[in-house]
Design a protein around this ligand. Structure first.
Ligand code: F3S
Length: 75
């Protein structure tokens, strides 16, 4: 928990973006992984996870907005 807060503060300080998927919300629809496989991957449990925080080929905010259950956070 403390590590996560520290990471967020550092990212804010350095103007970095952090992308995360809420495992409790994700229903495994595959929209994010299908849109950008460089940034998201599907786990064996059919729950997506973010693997990059920055991408030159997709709009992470747009993908987050398109997630049907709002499981993706871009901070
Ligand atoms: Fe899950 Fe949303 Fe992606 S439901 S598979 S995080 S688009």
């Amino acid at each position: 928990m403390l590590g996560g807060r520290l990471l967020l503060r550092l990212c804010y300080y350095y103007d970095m973006v952090v992308v995360s998927v809420d495992r409790d919300k994700c229903i495994g629809c595959g929209l994010c992984t299908g849109t950008c496989s460089e940034c998201f991957e599907m786990g064996g449990d059919n729950i997506a996870r973010a693997i990059k925080n920055k991408c030159d080929t997709c709009d992470l905010k747009e993908i987050a907005d398109a997630c049907p259950v709002s499981a993706i956070t871009v901070k």
